[in-house]
Design a protein around this ligand. Structure first.
Ligand SMILES: Nc1nc2c(ncn2[C@@H]2O[C@H](COP(=O)(O)OP(=O)(O)O)[C@@H](O)[C@H]2O)c(=O)[nH]1
Ligand SMILES: [Mg+2]
Length: 140
């Protein structure tokens, strides 16, 4: 079975997305460490926000087939540097979260993800389940 590592800023919606994909109730809980949940590997935002912790992300990607870069559609900036994807020798997809929110701007989020090196990009909402079927298909 394919395994997927999710990487994104703290609060970008990684854990909620995993819960929604697994039809679990959305319960907020700060992710403090690498967490395994079915086919998903959830990572703390700090691993991305602090460049000195990039090696932890690379280690976490071992055994994963896909690395998903997660960008919140409501956030006006991005912590992904250009070509961030190149440190992984993996399939890289982009996931835009919170598209249900009025303040969301998926086009802006898509630009950040393309710049970071994501090829396929999917717009999602953990709240109303937008894009989750499409996302599941890209994980097979
Ligand atoms: N409106 C909306 N809020 C979301 C969505 N996904 C996550 N959130 C909220 O964003 C906050 C951070 O979510 P969380 O999944 O913990 O982010 P993580 O730090 O990346 O794991 C929580 O308050 C969630 O309820 C979404 O699709 N829509
Ligand atoms: Mg989390």
């Amino acid at each position: 079975m394919k395994k997927i590592l999710l990487i994104g800023k703290t609060g970008s919606g990684k854990t909620s997305l995993i819960q929604s994909l697994q039809d679990q109730k959305l319960i907020y809980k700060k992710t403090q460490a690498i967490t395994f949940s079915g086919i998903f590997v959830d990572s703390p935002g700090e691993f991305l926000e602090n460049r000195r912790l990039y090696p932890a992300l690379m280690t976490s990607s071992v055994g994963c087939n896909i690395v998903a870069l997660v960008q919140d559609a409501t956030v006006i900036n991005s912590v992904f540097p250009p070509e961030f994807s190149s440190m992984f020798k993996k399939k890289i997809i982009g996931i835009i979260t919170k598209v249900d929110k009025e303040s969301s701007n998926p086009e802006r989020a898509e630009k950040f993800l393309r710049r970071a090196g994501a090829e396929k990009i999917i717009r999602t909402s953990a709240t109303d389940k937008t894009g989750l079927e499409l996302l599941r298909l890209s994980l097979t």
